[in-house]
Design a protein around this ligand. Structure first.
Ligand SMILES: Nc1ncnc2c1ncn2[C@@H]1O[C@H](COP(=O)(O)OP(=O)(O)OP(=O)(O)O)[C@@H](O)[C@H]1O
Length: 636
């Protein structure tokens, strides 16, 4: 394959000395890297980015062109709101659903596309982690999701230790990442470095970093940018939006893109920007750092927007006709030429890469969610204790119930009601926040190609399965024997299975609702009336045969009805000797289980129908839950 000739638009000038840094140790991991080791030139032409809502459309980036070649460490600078993040997201193919991009973006002559997920890394401005994981756990899980499956565990650990040590995080390897109420956790700067470390795992060819130094002290910022500079010397292409870098940090960037109000004010070597500003009559005072000077000159200070705007416009207009713009134009035209003439692109994405197989991906994700679940005290341990407590209260309240007496019938019905409702409403509301709470993390990881939404969905559900089993077991075991229900082991086991199924259907219904709506309050607003309909049609509060036709069909969608009927059958089937002692005169005496079942319009024959009905609902709720999740992510 022929080597793509790269045009060096710095070659015509005496530019600053390249930093003589030893080749980065991340190079040694590129054996299994997801892209082959060739330089990447990124070029964009007439690029505009819009946001569009139903009510308005706004142009954020305004027909800009530019190019960045392999080995560049690029600072994208401009005042707040100038469009830096938007430009970088567009170049990284990382735009959100309400944003659309017009124009050409090419990587070595190839239009950018979904393949960017495998070629590039993206470090976001705001870090999102699973707070209950330690640094080691986070990195291990990420390595197992991102890296080639042929890399051994030992190699992965070596790579992780190496990256963490370069970023000064080795001492914190067993510290929880933290956030919220976790006491011992990483500092903001350490989290930033951890986010960078996560991106380094795959040794990407192009790295986009949105304000990587924000929140770092000057030493850490220098160290981080120093690492990026080393990567650039290894032919990586790195773009960073950056705010107020110190002079020595700024001097490590060899390319500069200045943005003002969505337009390009400068693209070219960092050393040349001062010269360009000087040509236009803007001299950097000796007391100013160049970075501050550019921002100040281009910014629209409150109260002086008009003047600032005029200055920025003039600089942008002058840049378009400058020699610097012409040099950029040469690279852009060359890339477009490669594209038009279908010249073979000089990189093959994932040529030798063997991705982790699906079940292994599910395993690592499930492990992550499970760790989060068991370590979050507000979730699992509290819930298990609560179930034990309520189970014991139910058991003591109905202590020693004798189902073979007239009074006992009502108690048994009360216990069944508690078994059904306690395993319906609590679990259903408990899972409502489960999916929305990690939606931002999921969207970010999904967009970076880490996994398919289905993998995420399955793993989140699998991580809940232990509690979906443990909770009803604790509840039934603590309540069943105390309350004096039928003592046959087979009846107890069947009751336990029905209750477990009930809890699982309820949770699946909660998961469906949590994915169908954008927030927990919105989901609750619809779930509460939904629950009422199902509760009324459960058969306890109304004889099912008397339901008006218009609503009678709902009972077939009510797992509360299936569960109540199944538990009634288990308690009353075959019971023939209910005593009528002390029954007041004139009050009818119920003598056997069949009469009780008939009283609620239940049938002894329906046990398997009830179980099947619940299984069908379980599968349907999970399927609909996934459909709603899939529909939701299409908006982003
Ligand atoms: N999805 C969006 N919907 C509406 N406006 C948006 C959207 N994204 C960005 N903008 C607007 O576009 C402009 C540029 O935003 P952007 O985040 O790119 O700026 P920035 O230069 O990175 O700013 P900062 O340095 O403060 O992060 C801002 O005025 C912002 O409010």
């Amino acid at each position: 394959m022929e080597e793509t000739p790269l045009i060096d638009f710095r070659s015509s000038r005496d530019h600053q000395k390249e930093l003589e840094l030893s080749s980065t140790s991340t190079e040694s991991y590129s054996k299994w890297s997801s892209a082959v080791e060739e330089g990447i030139t990124l070029a964009w032409d007439n690029l505009s980015v819009y946001t569009k809502t139903s009510r308005y459309q706004k142009r954020i980036i305004n027909g800009v062109s530019g190019a960045v070649k392999a080995g560049s460490l690029v600072a994208i600078m401009g005042s707040s709101g100038a469009g830096k993040s938007t430009l970088m997201s567009a170049l990284a193919h990382h735009t959100m659903g309400d944003t659309f991009v017009e124009g050409t973006i090419l990587i070595n002559g190839r239009p950018i596309g979904d393949y960017m997920k495998f070629l590039s890394g993206f470090m976001h401005q705001e870090d999102i982690f699973v707070p209950y994981l330690t640094v080691r756990e986070h990195m291990t899980i990420m390595a197992n999701l991102k890296l080639d499956r042929r890399i051994s565990s030992n190699e992965k650990q070596r790579l992780i230790n190496d990256i963490l040590s370069q970023l000064g995080l080795l001492n914190s390897i067993d510290t929880r990442i933290g956030g919220g109420d976790i006491e011992k956790s990483l500092s903001g700067g350490e989290k930033k470095r951890l986010a960078f470390a996560t991106e380094l795992l795959t040794d990407p060819q192009v790295l986009f970093c949105d304000e990587p130094t924000t929140g770092l002290d000057s030493y850490s910022a220098r160290k981080l940018v120093g690492m990026m500079s080393e990567m650039a010397t290894a032919r990586k292409t790195i773009l960073c939006t950056i705010h107020q870098p110190s002079s020595d940090v700024f001097s490590m960037f060899n390319q500069l893109i200045l943005i003002a109000d969505g337009r390009t004010a400068f693209v070219g070597p960092t050393y040349a920007a001062l010269e360009f500003f000087e040509q236009l009559g803007y001299l950097c005072p000796s007391s100013y750092s160049p970075a501050d000077f550019y921002i100040k000159t281009l910014s629209m200070m409150p109260g002086c927007e008009e003047d600032g705007g005029r200055t920025a416009k003039r600089i942008c207009d002058q840049f378009v006709v400058s020699d610097y713009a012409k040099e950029v134009e040469i690279v852009v035209r060359y890339e477009i030429h490669l594209n038009r003439n279908l010249i073979e692109n000089k990189f093959e994405i994932r040529k030798d890469f063997r991705a982790v197989v699906w079940p292994v991906r599910v395993f690592w994700l499930t492990r992550r969610w499970f760790l989060e679940l068991i370590r979050n005290p507000s979730l699992e341990s509290t819930k298990l204790f609560q179930r034990l407590f309520i189970g014991l209260i139910v058991g003591f309240c109905y202590f020693g119930t004798d189902g073979l007496t007239q009074k006992g019938i009502q108690s048994v019905e009360g216990i069944i009601f508690m078994f059904v409702t306690e395993n319906t409403f609590n679990p259903m509301y408990n899972v409502l926040a489960h999916f929305p709470s990690y939606l931002p993390l999921f969207l970010r990881e999904y967009k970076s190609g880490l996994y398919h939404p289905f993998t995420y969905y399955i793993s989140r559900i699998l991580s809940l399965i232990p509690s979906f089993l443990l909770e009803p077991i604790i509840f039934v075991v603590s309540a069943y024997w105390l309350s004096g229900l039928r003592s046959a082991a087979s009846t107890f086991t069947a009751t336990l299975l029905v209750v477990i199924l009930t809890m699982n259907v309820s949770s699946a219904c909660g998961i469906m609702f949590s994915n169908a709506f954008d927030s927990v309050p919105a989901a609750l607003a619809y779930l509460v009336p939904f629950d009422y309909v199902h509760m009324i049609t459960a058969g306890v509060f109304i004889r099912l045969s008397t339901l008006p036709n218009v609503i009678a069909w709902v009972k077939y969608l009510s797992w509360l009805m299936y569960s109540t009927e199944a538990l009634n059958i288990l308690q009353w089937k075959g019971i023939v000797n209910i005593g009528c002692e002390n029954q007041p005169e004139g009050v009818p005496c119920i003598q056997n289980g069949t009469q009780i079942l008939e009283m609620y319009s239940f049938s002894e024959e329906n046990l398997w129908k009830d179980v099947s009905g619940m299984l069908i609902l379980l599968i349907s709720f999970y399927a609909l839950g996934y459909f709603f999740l899939w529909r939701k992510i299409r908006r982003y």
